[in-house]
Design a protein. Structure first.
Length: 116
């Protein structure tokens, strides 16, 4: 979980904090400002949440990430039309999500020094 806290967005972010940390989750070379929070779910487990701001490419929305049972889960919702699979298509959304979050997750796993 510490790796997700330290790397809450793709790129070269600062760690998520209780107070929120401004990060640039760049998309295709374009600025995409979010605030990265460290919070917890109702059971007390840590959650990293990236909340879009008015300067985000995808305002308004969020991406939340958790780890449970050795699995990383990424959730998100938003109201921006660019995120609508009805406009861009489900396949494009799936590929975009894999490029952004899958590549970041691969880096975290590759850098992991924990037992596998």
């Amino acid at each position: 979980m510490q790796a997700l806290i330290n790397m809450p967005t793709p790129g070269v972010p600062s760690a998520a904090t209780l107070q929120g940390t401004l990060n640039n989750a760049m998309v295709a070379g374009r600025n995409n400002w979010v605030t990265s929070y460290l919070t917890s779910d109702t059971g007390g487990a840590p959650v990293v949440a990236n909340i879009t701001g008015s300067n985000s490419l995808f305002a308004s929305g969020y991406v939340a990430r958790t780890i449970a049972g050795g699995l990383v889960r990424t959730y998100g919702e938003g109201t921006n039309w660019k995120q609508s699979p009805l406009i861009s298509g489900f396949d494009i959304q799936a590929v975009a999500n894999e490029v952004v979050w899958g590549a970041q997750m691969k880096k975290i796993v590759d850098d992991c020094t924990c037992k596998r």
